[in-house]
Each structure stands twice: as C-alpha cells, then as structure tokens.
Design a protein around this ligand. Structure first.
Ligand code: UDP
Length: 194
C-alpha cells in the first residue's frame, strides 16, 4: 500500500518487506527505480516539480525519516522503522551475496567505490561486485557512464552521487545501464570506505 504525503506516494514497507520487494524486482528483470525519500528531498520537491516527478516515477519509495514514518502511522499503515539508503544498501548487499546478484557501485571520489567494495566483500563473503566507478563526470557524459555500466551487467546498481543528482541520473539512464534495480544512496560509499 502507498500513502500520500505532500504530493509524493510512499510505500509503507519496513526494511524486510522492502528487501523482499527488491528481490521480486530482480527476479522479474524489468528496470526499476528505488528512492529512499528523506524529508529534505520531499521539502525541496515542494518547490521543484521535476523532483516530485522523479518520486512519482519511482517504482519503490521508502520512508527515510521519522516524520515520514509518522505519516504512515497516521494513514493507518504503520511501518516498523525508517528505511535509509545506507541501511537498505547493507541489507541488499547481504542478500546479494546470498543470492548471487551482481552489484555495481557508482559514485564518490576516485578510488572510494573500490574501497567500499573491498569492505563489503569482507563483510559479505561471496559478494559479486560487477564493477565500480567514481561519480565525477560531466552531465553530458551520463550516457557514456551508463554504457560502461551495461558491460558489467549488474542486477543491482547503487548510485552515490548525492541527491538529487543520483535520482536524476537514474531516471534518465537506468534503461541504458542495463541494471535491473537502481537505488540512490547518497554518501554511503564514503561511509563504507571509512
Ligand atoms: N558525488 C559524486 N559526484 C558528484 C557529486 C557528489 O559522486 O558530482 C558524491 C560525493 O563524493 C559523496 C556523495 O556523492 O560521496 C554525496 O554525499 P552526501 O552525503 O552529500 O549526499 P546526500 O546524502 O546528501 O545525498
């Protein structure tokens, strides 16, 4: 069930249900966009219609904020917790290692995605990292980056370009990238690389 809040539709799902939904997406194989919606993004979207449109076009929108969790409760669809980008990424990477999904890490400064991949590989042995790439490219290179990613054939693409750059890039380039599920994860690669 989706709840409406300030023009956005949010999936009233907790972490485990979200992971299961992503697993269904991957099995299904069609390209899907996931947004972890935090209050800052929702606030900015109030005066930027293009941001609200990105949220509307997403296939799954998670409640990434206490206020959003509260709104779900008020709508009669309580969710057990916030579903943040980094938490979701960690749970999905764990699941990816178990299921054999191929993950791609896009974003942050040169070398950071590789370090994050190494750390994730240690945390979740057996993880298949399809590729890594830094996130400093010009807007008109977005297409080229997607083409590069498509050669790695990822099931799951984590885009850590910061919001809303990552959501915009995913919106425009997911099909070309060949990834099945793409999620914007903000500064998560920096956190993971330590
Ligand atoms: N970043 C990037 N390309 C850019 C701008 C930013 O890859 O053109 C990266 C940056 O290095 C950092 C992340 O995007 O790793 C943004 O982190 P931040 O915590 O600012 O994002 P937020 O959580 O606010 O979306």
């Amino acid at each position: 069930m989706r709840i409406s809040l300030l023009g956005a539709s949010i999936d009233a799902l907790g972490m485990e249900e979200t992971v299961e939904r992503v697993a269904v997406f991957i099995k299904d194989g069609r390209p899907r966009r996931v947004i972890t919606l935090n209050p800052e993004f929702l606030y900015r979207a109030q005066s930027a219609g293009e941001l609200l449109d990105l949220v509307k076009r997403a296939d799954l929108v998670t409640p990434d904020g206490e206020g959003i969790v509260w709104a779900c409760r008020m709508a009669g669809r309580p969710v057990p917790e916030r579903v943040t980008g980094i938490d979701l990424m960690l749970r999905l990477v764990e699941k990816a290692a178990a299921e054999g999904w191929r993950v791609y890490l896009l974003g942050a400064a040169p070398g950071v995605a590789e370090e994050a991949a190494e750390r994730l590989g240690r945390l979740y042995p057996g993880l298949r990292v399809a590729g890594c790439r830094h996130g400093y490219f010009q807007e008109d290179e977005g297409h080229k980056v997607a083409e590069e990613i498509s050669k790695a054939k990822p099931d799951l693409l984590f885009a850590a370009l910061g919001a809303p750059k990552q959501e915009k890039w995913i919106d425009s380039h997911l099909e070309k990238s060949g990834a099945t599920v793409a999620i914007g994860v903000g500064g998560s690669l920096d956190v993971l690389a330590g």
